[in-house]
Design a protein around this ligand. Structure first.
Ligand code: DX5
Ligand code: ZN
Length: 217
């Protein structure tokens, strides 16, 4: 299982310190929450800050676009050569074409679902994607409580994925107390914001998550 700390929960005016602290042999991915003020009410940052982060830090980027009209935003991240670009299924009428355009760049295509979106809505896109990002909070803020129905949604998702080579990522409210149950249900990539940054020792917190994940698998 990989851990992808969400820098939304880091000290944003001292981001360079947080980025420099991260040990690439411990921190697998860096989760970038792009918010446009429309798909979610909040604004975070866009491709310019993401490019500065990519220049400062060698950890592969896990780009999570919480934006309307993702067709216009996705190409802005191609030049950063991220690990993946993930857009929301609720935000586009053409998810298959958009996923194919990401894959055509040699980048993994991810699709995310809000907690209220039926897992079945993914079925038409499953052959065009490499990752599913299941939101376990409503998108917009870090520090919210984990929504328990996520466990059941992962069971449904695994049935839909069947034998396909698709990674399962979960985002929101993950701690050392709930991660083992997620790993048991197929979690491959854990996004964690407040848990990773709350103590000032991001490497230690990532290790804690990995050890809690491993304790029941
Ligand atoms: C929520 C974001 C999450 C969030 C995770 O809109 O997509 O990535 O930053 O933070 P925690 O782990 O604190 O819920
Ligand atoms: Zn996110």
């Amino acid at each position: 299982m990989k851990v992808s700390p969400s820098i939304l929960a880091a000290n944003i005016i001292d981001l360079k310190t947080a980025l420099n602290q991260m040990d690439p042999s411990v921190v697998d991915l860096l989760h970038l929450d792009v918010m446009d003020g429309h798909f979610v009410p909040q604004l975070s940052f866009g491709e310019a800050i993401a490019a500065s982060i990519a220049d400062t830090c060698s950890i592969p980027l896990d780009v999570h676009l919480m934006v309307d009209q993702p067709e216009q935003e996705v190409p802005k991240y191609f030049a950063l050569r991220p690990h993946n670009i993930t857009f929301h299924i609720e935000a586009t009428h053409n998810p298959i074409r958009l996923a194919q355009s990401i894959r055509a760049e040699g980048i993994r295509a991810g699709v995310s679902l809000n907690p209220g979106t039926p897992i079945a809505h993914l079925e038409p896109v499953l052959d065009a994607i490499d990752m599913v990002l299941v939101m376990s909070v409503e998108p917009g803020f870090y520090g919210q409580s984990f929504i328990e129905s996520t466990y059941h949604r992962l069971d449904q998702l695994r049935d839909f994925i069947a034998e396909r080579d698709i990674q399962i990522e979960v985002d929101g409210g993950i701690t050392d107390a709930n991660i083992a149950g997620l790993v048991e249900r197929g979690l491959d990539i854990c996004v964690a914001g407040s848990f990773c940054f709350k103590t000032g020792d991001v490497n230690g917190q990532v290790r804690r998550l990995k050890s809690a994940a491993g304790s029941r698998v």
